[in-house]
Ligand binder design. Sequence first.
Ligand code: SAH
Length: 263
Amino acid sequence: MQRSLDKGGSGTPVDSGFRVSCLPGKPVLVFILVFCCLFLPVWSPAADTTEAEYAAQRENMVARQIEDRGISDSGVLRAMRAVKRHEFVPESLRGGAYADHPLPIGEGQTISQPYIVALMTEAIRPKPHMKVLEIGTGSGYQAAVLAELCKSVYSIEIVESLGRRAAKLLSGRYRNVHVRIGDGYQGWREEAPFDAILVTCAPTKVPRPLEEQLREGGRMVIPVGESRVQELVVLTKRNGRLERQEIIPVRFVPMVDAKGRKY
Ligand code: SAH
């Protein structure tokens, strides 16, 4: 409101026309201006409207990008509707928070495309009793989606600044998410075994410690491959062995060690 009044004062052609034909006499005008300055900012629905717009974009994202592409788990759809993705992307990129692609989150890393988050979440068949390990916290968005669906989420991020920012964001919203800064290749031994493991950076081979930390009957979803394009696979542990099912080709950032070398 304040801004539009200021604009009018600067005298664009449209405003000048308005002034000539419609504006009342001086005392009344002063009263209206004072009234607007004092009260309208309080009534202004701008902040609510923005949240409502994000909610509408989120609804559209779930319908078009996720349901239409075959994700049907009602819990996953609910979680994707619930988590405010725009809160996990840098402020300058929030306009594109619900678009159909990944977005940069700093340090050369990205928040995954919404469909991939939903696909990976559905692949572990999330249930309320589950204890889940995530490798590659990044923005914290995937951890938030998991936190909506599972009992506890343990998430490891190797880039300290990202890990700290995500931990702060998540601790204000969820009590069941634990973030650690470290090398996720090693898993989180003290908390193992996990009912499911979700890996959001790509190693060339499935890390042995993660295999070991998966509970019997548990599922791991992980992008694996040597090149820039990897295969997203689901591994199910049966009788101590991993059954492998390939889902789709994907492009994730590589899993790296503390020195930045690719695994
Ligand atoms: N799940 C994230 C997206 C992650 S992008 C989200 O929802 O936003 C992949 C992340 O994996 C990056 O943040 C990268 O720093 C991290 N990463 C790469 N190698 C890792 C490792 N060895 N251990 C833990 N995190 C790692």
